[in-house]
Design a binder for this molecule. Structure first.
Ligand code: FUL
Ligand code: CA
Length: 495
């Protein structure tokens, strides 16, 4: 067994993905489909918020028909800073606003339709929810994203080519007028009955052809190159396939969406269940996003004030979304005042406290690391990279070594109930199976195993474990592993 000291590692800590001039070892070749730079940035977020806020907030509906009087929108105490502050306390790194939901009411003073805040009673028609929220988010260090419903039940144009032009014009306004946008969210729910300017009829569209998605995505790329595009079919981030906030226990970041009939897929036309696991050898990097509401509905309803998810339930969802390599998109709907309800805020804050209490301290820090193998015996690929808090450094082996183990020898007995493992995803998703052992009464004892790792794998234990050594075994991997973190954490009890 080889032992590498911390000092030795620090002396050679300039590990990089590129070959170093003074060092013989080159980085492993990437495996399979790879993330783009914008996807890599998105992976760092892991947890962000959804705000469903619209005319529905005032009519007590989930889906407005499109004939609602815009004057009804009047959140007299709307306070974007207070909303964003509560989200930040909940650990959110960004926020995505429903700028227009299916009812067609626009939360910004768009030039594309009269059906907007301009005609509302709020601030005498001079307000702009998108402006206030995007400003507040930026000021408080959260990223801002836009949801723009492709389905519009208000406009008489829906179903014609003119509507597609209108949708793109709305995107243009949102992507050019409100600063950097981190994510553009295209809903898969589209087509059906609606007001449509008074026609009050059913309008079905061909989900694969009507919207001209490739051209729309090109527009988004040209206006907001930094933004990831979300939909049932990506292209950057995929829907996980359910609205319960849960990714598959095995969840691959790679995916090739398939249409309901087995042919071409489109937003609203996929075999949704496949989004939960992705495809092991998918030809595209298209990680999952898990959307779920803190309440039963997406919009605020007075009858649901007592049905807000508890901090313990939110933690559970975090382990089942972020902890499976996906992102956690938590909806917290503002109420009629234009604020988050007290119950939601209380739950969010406690959730944020739990996250901070759990993950601010890697209990493995300061450990010694032992391994059977290090790539070219080069410390810049050594096992101390697992506990340096840096996602870019990683432990790796020679190309021919695809089963390997590493153990951490802790300076003192450590008590934990959460393990976090991360792969260096710039090199693709490599590991297919792993196991975790602890040292107990002079022998290794297995306490967990799993399949996919990817950007983040959290293993939550039913009981706390106290030990002086932990071992990670990579048991199945088609290429040499590249593991960037092995962390031990203790989550306090949640209620
Ligand atoms: C669905 C919509 O129909 C819901 O109203 C909500 O916006 C959810 C996030 O997506 O498809
Ligand atoms: Ca590292």
């Amino acid at each position: 067994m080889q032992r590498l000291s911390r000092r030795g590692f620090l002396a050679a800590s300039a590990s990089s993905l590129l070959p170093r001039a003074d060092c013989a070892a080159t980085a492993p070749a990437p495996y399979g489909s790879l993330p783009s730079p914008r996807q890599l940035r998105w992976h760092e977020l892991e947890l962000y918020a959804f705000l469903h806020f619209s005319i529905n907030t005032f009519t007590n509906k989930e889906w407005g028909y499109g004939d609602e009087d815009p004057a009804l929108f009047n959140p007299a105490a709307f306070d974007a800073s207070a909303i964003v502050a509560a989200l930040k306390a909940g650990g959110m790194k960004g926020v995505i606003l429903t700028c227009k939901h299916h009812d067609g009411f626009c939360l910004w003073p768009t030039r594309t339709t009269g059906h907007s805040v301009r005609k509302s009673a709020w601030r005498n028609g001079k307000g702009d929810v998108v402006r206030d929220l995007s400003d507040a988010a930026r000021l408080q260090g959260l990223k801002f994203g836009v949801y723009l419903s492709p389905w519009d039940r208000n406009t008489p144009l829906y179903g014609t080519p003119e509507y597609v032009a209108m949708y793109r014009a709305q995107l243009r306004e949102l992507l050019t007028g409100y600063g950097p946008i981190f994510e553009v969210w295209h809903d898969g729910a589209n087509g059906g009955d609606g007001y449509y300017g008074g026609a009050r009829e059913t309008r079905l569209i061909d989900k694969r052809a009507y919207y001209g998605w490739p051209q729309t995505w090109e527009l988004v790329r040209s206006l907001a190159p930094e933004a990831v595009i979300f939909s049932d079919v990506g292209p950057d981030v995929r829907w996980v396939g359910n609205e319960s906030g849960i990714a598959g226990e095995t969840c691959w970041a790679t995916y090739d969406p398939v249409g309901e009939d087995g042919g071409m897929a489109a937003p609203g036309y996929t075999r949704a269940k496949e989004g939960e696991t992705g495809h092991r050898h998918g030809s595209r990097w298209m990680p999952a996003e898990c959307d779920v509401s803190i309440r039963p509905g997406w919009f605020w309803h007075p009858a649901e004030n007592a049905r807000v998810k508890t901090p313990a339930e939110l933690m559970d969802l975090y382990y089942k979304s972020t902890g499976r390599g996906a992102s956690f998109l938590l909806n917290v709907p503002p109420d009629r005042r234009g604020l988050l309800h007290e119950n939601d805020v209380a739950s969010l804050c406690r959730f944020g406290d739990l996250l901070r209490a759990t993950f601010s301290d890697n209990l493995a820090a300061g450990a010694a690391a032992h391994t059977t193998t290090v790539r070219a015996n080069d410390p810049s690929f050594g096992p101390l990279n697992l506990i340096d808090g840096d996602h870019s450094t990683y432990w790796s082996t020679d190309d021919s070594v695809t089963r390997a183990e590493v153990s951490l020898e802790l300076p003192r007995p450590v008590t934990f109930n959460v393990v976090r493992v991360r792969e260096q995803i710039r090199l693709g998703q490599r590991v297919e199976a792993f196991a975790l052992d602890r040292w107990e009464q002079g022998a290794w004892k297995n306490f967990a195993h799993g399949t996919s790792i990817g950007s983040c794998r959290l293993i939550r234990l039913d009981e706390v474990v106290t030990t002086t050594r932990v071992r990670l075994k990579i048991t199945q991997c088609p290429a040499c592993p590249a593991i960037s973190e092995l962390g031990l954490y203790q989550q306090p009890a949640a209620s």
